[in-house]
Each structure stands twice: as structure tokens, then as C-alpha cells.
Design a protein around this ligand. Structure first.
Ligand code: ZN
Length: 274
């Protein structure tokens, strides 16, 4: 799934390759997928996009948007894999959209579980999309201790740490994926109630959140996700589906795996006490 490190990485990579390329053809899905969300009728995408030149690529929250001239845009959300292919490669058999450029290089969009591929002119009327553009990113220097404190005081309810940080789009693009290492490094259990955190723990959490997301971004995303060229990211996740059967790198204990708030959480029984 695309989260902050991946959207930033994919946009940076896409920007270096795609800017200036003109779209010559849009190929409809060869493999229809019930949980691929389009903006309106995807058959309209050809008329909307053909002839447009890519102007820039921006990562924001869990979205990557390709901006074209004439105020036309293509946005993908988490769950969509947008892969670049050079001119000589054959088109993949299965995709949920394919965009070819004048030089015959192309983008193939595929969705595994669910995701949105949205082409539009002007604005996209979607609260998640708008939130990801307007809310402060943890990679921004203005996302500081005072801002972080405000997140805690903005909710009346005694939420768990996972609920506060990774639900309700309070921090767009901070999802269940990146959360695991942030909490492991902070020594905090994902189900711990925010009212029980000391100032010191809150401060540690803030620093781990900033440093971990920056490190994941600097290393080109996480090794559980693929980038614009189809390669895994360079950040080795401490806790993920790939590592949870290994002992805790800190204490050697077992790692727990629970379904919690719409995603699997991993944590160390010893290092992240409830
Ligand atoms: Zn441990």
C-alpha cells in the first residue's frame, strides 16, 4: 500500500521520467476488477487524457498525482501499483488501465485488493484526496511538537495510539504499514490509550514518527512495497508480514500478530507493554 514514504518516492521517480512526455493512447482495463474505483466512466479517460503532456508528479499522503497541462490530472491512491515500462517492453496481459506515451514507453496500473485510479479536469471532489493535499505532512518541518500535541488534544475520546495516528485521516498517508516500526521504536503498544502516555513517551513517539518516516522516505520507501520501476524500497521494515516470525531484534522475544482496527498490527510482548 502507498503511504507517505512510497508516495514521495514514486512521485520523485515519476517526475524524473515522465515530465514532458505526451500521452498518445489510453488502454482500458484488460482485467476488470470490482474494487478499482475510477472517477466517472473510465471509457472517458481516453478523451480526457490523450494529447496531454505530463507537467509534474506530486506525492501527498497516500496519493500520487500526475499533473498534465490544461488542468488535467491522474491520481492514484493506496492499493494501486503504477509501474513504468520503457518502450520496448510488451504490454502486461492484466492491468486496470494503461497509458502510452508518444515515445511508446507506458504506465501500467494494477490493483491487487482495492484502489482508485482517478483522471479528472480541475478539482477532484473527494474528502480523502483534498485532506491529503491540505493537511500537514510529518515530513514538513511545520509538523512540530506543538502540532503533534494538538492532534492529541483535538480528540475528546480516549483513543488507542493506533486509532489516533492511523485512522480518520488525521495524518494522511500514515497508515497501518509505517505505524508498526514507529511504535516499535517508541516502545509503545498499538492498543495503549493515549491518556496513559507520559510527556516523555509522547515526546519519544513524536521523534520516532518524524525520524522513521524520513528514513523510510530517504531510502526510497519500505522493502514491503514496490516503487515506480517495480523495485522494492530500500528501508528494511523491522516489523512486517515478512519479519514477524523472527525474534524481536531488541529483546529476542516473540512478536505478536493481531487484527486490530482494519489492519494487522505486529508488536513485541516484552518491549511494547500495554
Ligand atoms: Zn522485544
Amino acid at each position: 500500500m502507498i503511504e507517505i514514504p512510497e508516495s514521495t518516492t514514486i512521485a520523485r521517480q515519476a517526475g524524473t521520467i515522465l515530465v514532458g512526455k505526451k500521452i498518445s493512447k489510453v488502454v482500458q482495463a484488460t482485467s476488470p476488477h470490482s474494487f478499482t474505483w475510477y472517477n466517472g466512466d473510465p471509457k472517458e479517460y481516453s478523451r480526457l487524457l490523450t494529447g496531454r503532456t505530463i507537467e509534474s508528479a506530486i506525492g501527498h499522503g497516500a496519493y500520487v498525482t500526475l499533473h498534465c497541462y490544461d488542468d488535467t490530472h491522474i491520481a492514484i491512491s493506496d492499493g494501486v501499483n503504477m509501474k513504468y515500462h520503457p518502450a520496448l517492453e510488451p504490454h502486461p496481459k492484466k492491468h486496470q488501465l494503461l497509458i502510452e506515451f508518444e515515445d511508446k514507453s507506458f504506465l501500467a496500473f494494477t490493483v491487487s485488493m482495492y484502489g482508485g485510479i482517478q483522471a479528472f479536469k480541475g478539482e477532484l471532489d473527494n474528502p480523502y484526496y483534498q485532506g491529503s493535499l491540505t493537511k500537514l505532512s510529518p515530513l514538513d518541518e511545520n509538523f512540530d511538537v506543538a502540532f503533534f500535541d494538538q492532534l492529541f488534544s483535538s480528540t475528546q475520546k480516549d483513543l488507542s495510539i493506533k486509532a489516533l495516528l492511523a485512522t480518520e485521516q488525521r495524518i494522511p498517508g500514515l497508515g497501518n504499514g509505517v505505524l508498526q516500526d514507529i511504535l516499535f521504536l517508541s516502545g509503545l503498544h498499538p492498543k495503549r490509550k493515549i491518556s496513559t502516555l507520559s510527556d516523555l513517551e509522547k515526546n519519544d513517539l513524536f521523534h520516532c514518527l518524524k525520524v522513521t518516516l524520513q528514513s523510510m522516505t530517504d531510502k526510497g520507501g519500505r522493502d514491503t512495497e514496490k516503487d515506480f520501476f517495480g523495485n522494492k524500497g530500500g528501508y528494511k521494515c523491522i516489523l512486517s508480514q515478512n519479519t514477524y516470525k523472527q525474534p524481536c531484534p531488541n529483546c529476542g522475544g516473540d512478536i505478536a500478530k493481531d487484527a486490530y482496527l482494519g489492519g494487522t498490527v505486529y508488536y513485541c510482548f516484552g518491549c511494547q507493554k500495554l
